[in-house]
Design a protein around this ligand. Structure first.
Ligand SMILES: *[C@@H]1O[C@H](CO)[C@@H](O)[C@H](O)[C@H]1NC(C)=O
Ligand SMILES: *[C@@H]1O[C@H](CO)[C@@H](O)[C@H](O)[C@H]1NC(C)=O
Ligand SMILES: *[C@@H]1O[C@H](CO)[C@@H](O)[C@H](O)[C@H]1NC(C)=O
Length: 552
């Protein structure tokens, strides 16, 4: 299994920027060994050994740092290997020295001092405290320190900022997206039903890379600690070409990001707007920005989720509330303009020279040769964000009830602790990005199955529940057919498992040769994709086997 994890990781490594700790050095070390042996038992032994090591380190850390100290330490230890790398230690250095090291500017951003610049202005009206449920009893039992970050955030961190127009190339579509209505991920989501969510105990956003740099600097105008990848799904940034002509695109986008309002020594307070949305009109060469707008939609009565911890534990000490944020908005003051222009005689004129009359730029109206409505573009973004959600994944017991009521089979996925066993990451991502999103699989699931996913731990709890013998037996049957790390199953409504396949075995069956890599991660999801057809076969075999039970 370790072999599979590493293989899939290598395949999608370029996109997998949230590196998963759980001892990747270790997997790499034994990688060659496993290719030779490929003995599942060995992988189990290693996993066991690794868990034991982690547990030992955890106990040692608690002894040295205490629970609260460990909490702070873990908030920095983003790969959760119980060691701090220089990268992970960076926020502390910045805090102690007051110096922020420059952010890496990626090569893809053309650095042109004579290029065009534009000015963005940030506006916000703070969250209306009386819109929060907790305000009804006067925030009874909520400590002042929990809300201190919220109370003190009244204005944008940076009210106005000058950007290089070429940085907005991050919003240009990839080469294969040229038509109006095409959508793509500017910042791909790294979450799925297998990975669960990212940890709550973090104060400082990870260093942004590539296109994340721009989104991070835009959101930093509101607050210094934007996390451009939210902890929970949906996560990431999607975009859609709303309109185009020979020179321009109008691109509509949607961002799922959040802010960390508290800092040490207070416990984290997460501020998660429902979404950020906006549009940018930019030239197809990405050197001129005609218009930029971003805001948090405010036409609902509540538009922000808030979660705060009040103790040094990941999940148990968490408060949740929602509220209304009247305004959070970024707008360009006008189109981007060159700082230097050259007149007819070839003289260089500094357009920003204060001694001269300011140069007036005249911009022609844009006429689109093709366009879709704002609503249509927004809808396409929605579908891009939630493709696998086109079928519902119900909780275990509800799924069985529904399967029984509709006389359908259960398509059930059982996985190891998605939250802290990051070794499931590889197979989980691969599954989601291929089979579970592909339209033929979605159609078959929708037509013939009720879908569900569960964690092993949840089913172990259900199995142990003496109060509910029927559900306990169903959980037992699931666990009986389970193999680490992810097992896909087809079950009768009475709980009998008629067919099952292990995710790593499945991925081995459908493994692509390296030269075909590109095809695996395209979002086309047609029948030509071998993993899609293998998954279809798996589901159909499940249907056939179920028939045999009924025939008996
Ligand atoms: C809010 O505005 C958007 C965009 O105009 C619209 O699509 C949406 O339906 C509105 N929502 C409500 C609740 O009015
Ligand atoms: C699922 O099936 C229903 C009813 O047949 C249909 O209306 C819906 O569009 C289908 N959804 C998907 C994602 O195929
Ligand atoms: C479920 O039903 C099938 C056939 O209807 C039967 O063979 C099987 O034993 C049942 N399983 C359980 C757990 O009752």
């Amino acid at each position: 299994m370790a072999a599979d994890v590493d293989k899939t990781r290598a395949k999608d490594g370029s996109r997998n920027s949230v590196q998963n700790g759980t001892g990747s050095w270790f997997w790499r070390g034994i990688w060659t060994l496993l290719i030779v042996g490929s003995v599942p038992l060995l992988a189990f032994a290693i996993k066991y050994y690794q868990d034991a090591q982690l547990l030992k380190r955890h106990e040692e850390s608690v002894r040295i740092l205490g629970m609260e100290g460990l909490f702070l330490f873990s908030s920095l230890d983003s790969d959760r290997d119980s060691y701090l790398s220089p990268e992970e230690f960076k926020p502390i250095v910045e805090k102690l020295t007051g110096i922020t090291p420059p952010v890496d500017v990626e090569e893809e951003i053309i650095h042109d001092p004579n290029g065009e610049t534009l000015i963005l202005e940030a506006k916000m009206q703070p969250l209306q405290l009386h819109s929060m449920t907790k305000s009804k009893d006067g925030f009874l039992g909520v400590s002042h320190s929990s809300l201190s970050g919220l109370h003190s955030w009244k204005t944008p961190a940076v009210p106005s900022s000058t950007f290089s127009a070429s940085h907005f190339r991050a919003f240009l579509p990839p080469k294969n997206k040229v038509n109006v209505g095409d959508t793509w991920w500017v910042i791909p989501s790294e979450l799925n039903i297998f990975t669960g969510y990212l940890p709550n105990n973090r104060y400082h956003p990870p260093t942004p890379k590539g296109k994340e740099v721009l989104i991070h600097s835009l959101l930093s105008m509101f607050h210094p600690r934007p996390f451009i990848k939210s902890r929970f799904a949906p996560q990431g940034t999607v975009a859609c070409i709303r309109a185009s002509n020979d020179f321009y695109f109008d691109i509509v986008f949607r961002i799922h990001a959040e802010f960390q309002l508290n800092d040490v020594p207070n416990f984290p307070f997460w501020f998660t707007p429902g979404q950020f949305t906006g549009n940018i009109v930019l030239s197809k060469d990405g050197l001129h920005v005609r218009h930029f707008h971003l805001n948090v939609p405010n036409n609902r009565s509540l538009n922000v989720d808030m979660e705060w911890l009040y103790g040094a534990s990941e999940s148990s000490n968490m408060e949740v509330d929602i509220g209304y944020l009247p305004q959070m908005e970024l707008k360009s003051t006008g189109p981007s303009t060159p700082s230097v222009i050259i007149d007819e005689e070839g003289n260089v004129i500094d357009s920003k020279d204060i001694n001269q009359e300011p140069i007036q730029f005249v911009f022609e109206d844009i006429h689109w040769s093709a366009e879709i409505s704002q609503q249509e573009a927004a809808h396409r973004l929605e579908v891009t964000l939630y493709p696998f959600k086109k079928v519902d994944y119900l909780p275990f017991s509800e799924a069985f009830e529904r399967a029984e009521a509709e006389n359908k089979l259960l398509h059930s996925i059982l996985l190891w602790g998605a939250l802290d066993d990051q070794s499931c990451w590889g197979s989980g991502r691969t599954l989601r990005e291929t089979v579970l999103e592909s339209s033929p699989v979605l159609a078959l699931l929708n037509q013939s199955f009720i879908s569900s996913w569960s964690l092993v731990k949840e089913l172990e709890d259900l199995q142990a529940d003496k109060q509910n013998p029927v559900l306990s037996e169903k959980a037992r049957l699931h666990l009986e057919s389970y193999n680490f790390p992810v097992e896909m199953m087809v079950a009768l409504p009475n709980g009998t498992i008629v067919h099952h396949i292990n995710a790593n075995y499945f991925l081995d069956q459908t493994a692509m040769k390296p030269e075909e890599e590109g095809a695996t991660f395209s979002f086309s999801g047609g029948f030509e994709d071998p993993s899609t057809s293998t998954y279809i076969s798996f589901l159909k075999e499940g249907l056939e086997k179920a028939q045999q039970y009924v025939a008996q």
